[in-house]
Ligand binder design. Sequence first.
Ligand SMILES: NC(=O)c1ccc[n+]([C@@H]2O[C@H](COP(=O)([O-])OP(=O)(O)OC[C@H]3O[C@@H](n4cnc5c(N)ncnc54)[C@H](OP(=O)(O)O)[C@@H]3O)[C@@H](O)[C@H]2O)c1
Length: 287
Amino acid sequence: MWVKILVTGATGHLGSLVVEKLLESVAPGNIAVSVRDPARAERLRRRGVDVRRGDFDRPETLKDAFAGADRMLMISTTGDNETRIRQHLNAVAAAREAGVGFIAYTSVANAGRSTLSLAEVHRATEEAIRRSGIPFCFLRNNWYLENELGTIQAVVNGAPWLTSAGSGRVGWAPRRDYAHAAAAVLTGEGHENTVYELSGPPRTYDDLASELAAVLGREVPVQHVDDAAYADSLRKAGLPEPAVAMIVGIQQAIRQGALDVESEDFARVLGRPLTPIRDALREMIGR
Ligand SMILES: NC(=O)c1ccc[n+]([C@@H]2O[C@H](COP(=O)([O-])OP(=O)(O)OC[C@H]3O[C@@H](n4cnc5c(N)ncnc54)[C@H](OP(=O)(O)O)[C@@H]3O)[C@@H](O)[C@H]2O)c1
């Protein structure tokens, strides 16, 4: 069956990995990407991928960008909640107008009830997609392991692992596993009107630090601090105040269980086990 698959955000980290995975099993001519800057997708165009210009902030670009897509991966954008909600609603409206046959959307763990402030974006977007009547799959991505890269690098350089998340658990997995799950949904069958909680086995920061310790072959001390002390450490590292507030808010939400999700969906959608966390850590730090 001939199916045109469209990926938005294909010049971003996740989107590039999704397109690479698609290219393993889908003819390039059946893949389209919608990107803000087609020059950055020139390498894909040369490989035969249909590169289109689409900016969620410029709705007039989206009807053509999404035209003819049987299946679309809508990758959530970045920025403040208000901006992202506006952009996502533009994209959903355009997908409807363009007659897109299926939307997979990168949401967040437990979007319906999450206490993460960014979950507001995902609730609003999931609702808009449901209302559009387009068959959907919500990929409720838990946490990229790569989100911890700054801390991991600091630990590799001798710092203790600092956290204010207490014994809150997180379903970390490497970004590549999330990308492969998205590609599996785009190329597979039977994913219409589904919600997948894509969470690795939930772990605390102590658990993650001990996995890193095993990779480094030495102890990794974990310092549990309160939010104020955590915020101070971020300020000392030179982070601007809005970033400090956002990161501390995430630690708070983790402490309250916002990313503590137990689900078998991830391996089932991938059709393989998740990358073992120790292997993913090893790859991240080049050991
Ligand atoms: N679960 C997690 O742990 C986690 C962590 C980080 C992010 N996320 C979410 O997952 C998404 C993908 O992650 P990522 O690592 O690939 O992030 P990323 O590299 O920053 O990618 C974000 C993508 O959004 C695109 N974008 C931004 N504004 C847009 C607009 N106005 N119209 C169309 N596209 C727009 C960007 O386009 P350009 O390529 O043109 O810049 C980029 O491709 C993020 O955007 C964020 O919503 C999840």
